[in-house]
Design a protein around this ligand. Structure first.
Ligand SMILES: [Zn+2]
Length: 434
């Protein structure tokens, strides 16, 4: 019951997006090149809940199933013909449409988008192999539980009032009302590059991916911070501040576990089990929204009140392999938090640096000596007289490493301070998924 990736924004370096490379198959950003800050273009996503008749949603289900069919057929085609070019997958979509009556009903660009998802999965798989990434390389899988369909610039139509959308392809799903507080009047229809229809535990949603770019000025605050995430607190910073997971989140995570137990107690295949699974799915959605909300607000606050933010690149995937730590790490949602840190770094034109993890907790932040300590030792005590909270010591080291990694970070920041980018207000962002 994985929620879709939290990465709802795609960021690319120059040149600006064109309709063909827009969304570039969901590429993520990782390295921030401060010299290019003023050229970064990105997409913003507005989400609305769809209101329509029951029979319309059954048609949407059919559309989503068809998208999955096209995706899986394209994957099968690649598995059988491993030497084909990824572009051939696009052409194969047209072949499918000729072969299968119902596949033809799906908008041609939506068919291509499904095939592109396969191409992206294949690319990622090869990239992982090439980089010799530890653990699973992510061989592209056949999809059993697809929950969304993606249209590009055709196959849908916005009503004059911008509060209704009609799916215009062969399925004839008709018009849906858009429930949400966003105002699409602000944008030209041509700026909407993708429309994604998603099924969730509590209904159907439409996401509008809009190509937009704007610049604003921001003033350096002359403060830098290092962040050490931990198991006891959500994080500790280099000033000794500790932030914990909010209480409501901990509470609903507990409730989530309760719902999980309830499901496992019910007899397999029974109606009660089905009901319990539905309730569990709704709870999952709630928790993931709360978690997202927390990550967005916290990341915004951290980036906004600092010029340079350094955090430890935990390679969360590697750590999760350690079973004992796994549960708490997956729950903590750090990688999500880091992604938002990176994103707000772009928005506010601040420097956000991922530091490789290496002795950050063992090294003395004052004299640089290695002071070995077990995980249970919470205080750093060094011969040089430095006595610090263990995590604070680590956070100071992380900041120092970050600044060393980007020696020009501060000058660059001041130089680019005039050309920062900002698109959406953060309250808008937190609402996006909530
Ligand atoms: Zn020392």
């Amino acid at each position: 019951m994985n929620e879709p990736s939290p990465m709802i924004l795609t960021v690319r370096n120059a040149p600006p997006l064109s309709s063909s490379n827009a969304f570039e198959l969901g590429r993520r950003f990782s390295v921030i090149d401060s010299s290019k800050l003023c050229y970064i273009a990105y997409m913003i996503v507005y989400e609305f809940k769809l209101k329509g008749k029951e029979f319309q949603f059954r048609i949407v289900d059919e559309i989503i199933r068809t998208a999955q069919f096209v995706r899986n057929m394209a994957l099968r085609y690649w598995v059988d013909n491993r030497n084909i070019k990824l572009y051939d997958l696009n052409k194969y979509c047209a072949v499918l449409a000729k072969q299968f009556e119902w596949a033809k009903k799906l908008n041609s660009q939506a068919r291509q988008a499904s095939a592109e998802r396969v191409a992206f999965a294949i690319q990622r798989f090869f990239a992982n192999c090439k980089a010799n990434k530890p653990g699973k390389k992510g061989y592209p899988q056949f999809q059993k539980n697809n929950r969304s369909v993606e249209y590009k610039t055709t196959g849908w139509k916005l009503a004059e009032d911008r509060k209704h959308i009609t799916l215009t392809d062969g399925f004839g799903a008709g018009e849906f009302k858009l429930i949400g507080t966003w105002d699409l009047h602000f944008y030209q229809t041509e700026q909407i590059k993708r429309v994604r229809v998603i099924r969730r535990a509590d209904g159907y949603y439409a996401q509008f991916c809009i190509d937009a770019e704007r610049r604003i000025e921001s003033v350096p605050v002359k403060h830098n911070v290092g962040i050490d995430v931990g198991l006891t607190d959500f994080y500790t910073d280099s000033d000794g501040n500790k932030v914990d997971n909010p209480r409501h989140l901990r509470k609903s995570e507990k409730a989530l576990k309760r719902h999980q137990r309830r499901v496992s107690k019910k007899k397999k295949g029974s109606i009660n089990r089905k009901k319990a699974i539905k309730r569990l799915a709704r709870k999952h959605l709630k928790v993931s929204r709360q978690r997202q909300d927390f990550a967005v607000k916290l990341a915004r606050c951290v980036v906004h009140s600092n010029d340079v933010v350094a955090y430890e690149d935990l390679r969360v995937q590697n750590m999760v392999k350690n079973r004992r730590l796994a549960k708490s790490i997956s729950d903590a949602g750090w990688s999500q938090f880091f992604e938002w840190l990176q994103y707000f770094g772009l928005v506010f034109g601040k420097i956000v640096i991922a530091v490789p993890p290496h002795y950050t907790s063992q090294e003395c932040s004052q004299c640089g000596k290695i002071v070995k300590k077990a995980l249970s030792e919470r205080t750093h005590v060094c011969q040089c007289g430095c006595i610090l909270d263990r995590d604070e010591n680590a956070a100071i080291n992380i900041l120092a490493k970050g600044l060393k990694q980007y020696p020009g970070a501060l000058e660059n920041l001041n130089a680019s301070g005039q050309t920062n980018l900002c698109l959406a207000s953060e309250s808008l962002l937190s609402k996006l998924t909530g």
